[in-house]
Design a protein around this ligand. Structure first.
Ligand SMILES: Nc1ncnc2c1ncn2[C@@H]1O[C@H](COP(=O)(O)OP(=O)(O)O)[C@@H](O)[C@H]1O
Ligand SMILES: [Mg+2]
Length: 152
């Protein structure tokens, strides 16, 4: 709706589906200009599901290196949203939190009082048979705001 500055949150995990969700979120955020310009908040949750990032992670490495690897994972997760936000002039805030992704995403959407939460139907998991991943399913069920699910 025109005349209202909206806050849109997009949940990113570095997967192709979350990149697709980012494109939709950028498009939604970019629909208003000037003082009613919308704000986009991209969130990434560091969880202990290291196997999602097996290609980057090796077990038993020193903590400094673990941090460095997380930095790379985070940079990768935010890469597309940073690029598109810069290209389209969308105001972007990045949030990194730790814990169980679905409950953290729901809590952050509430904390930032967002108008809409954009999420991919699936993500980095390998259960491609399912229409919804475990994170998206729980977010849809528990979110206090509207959820826009972008299909894989
Ligand atoms: N750790 C995370 N941080 C932020 N968003 C996430 C995270 N994991 C998943 N998501 C969001 O949830 C969507 C669905 O992912 P998920 O339910 O985990 O499916 P899958 O089981 O295929 O990994 C992703 O496209 C992304 O938008
Ligand atoms: Mg996942």
């Amino acid at each position: 709706m025109l005349g209202i500055r909206r806050k849109i949150m997009v949940a990113v995990d570095g997967s192709a589906v979350s990149d697709k969700a980012v494109k939709e979120a950028i498009w939604l955020a970019g629909t208003q200009e000037g003082s009613f310009k919308n704000k986009l908040i991209a969130v990434f949750i560091k969880n202990d599901r290291v196997r999602d990032y097996d290609d980057l992670f090796v077990r038993g490495i020193p903590i400094a290196e673990v941090r460095e690897r997380w930095e790379k994972i985070i940079d990768h997760a935010f890469f597309v949203v940073r690029k598109l936000a810069a290209e389209k002039g969308v105001e972007l805030e990045e949030v990194v939190a730790e814990g169980e992704p679905a409950s953290r995403i729901v809590a952050l959407a509430q904390k930032y009082d967002v108008d809409l939460l954009v999420i991919g139907s699936t993500g980095k998991g390998s259960m491609k048979r399912a229409f919804l991943g475990s994170v998206s399913a729980e977010v849809i069920e528990r979110a206090g705001c509207g959820v826009y699910v972008v299909r894989a």
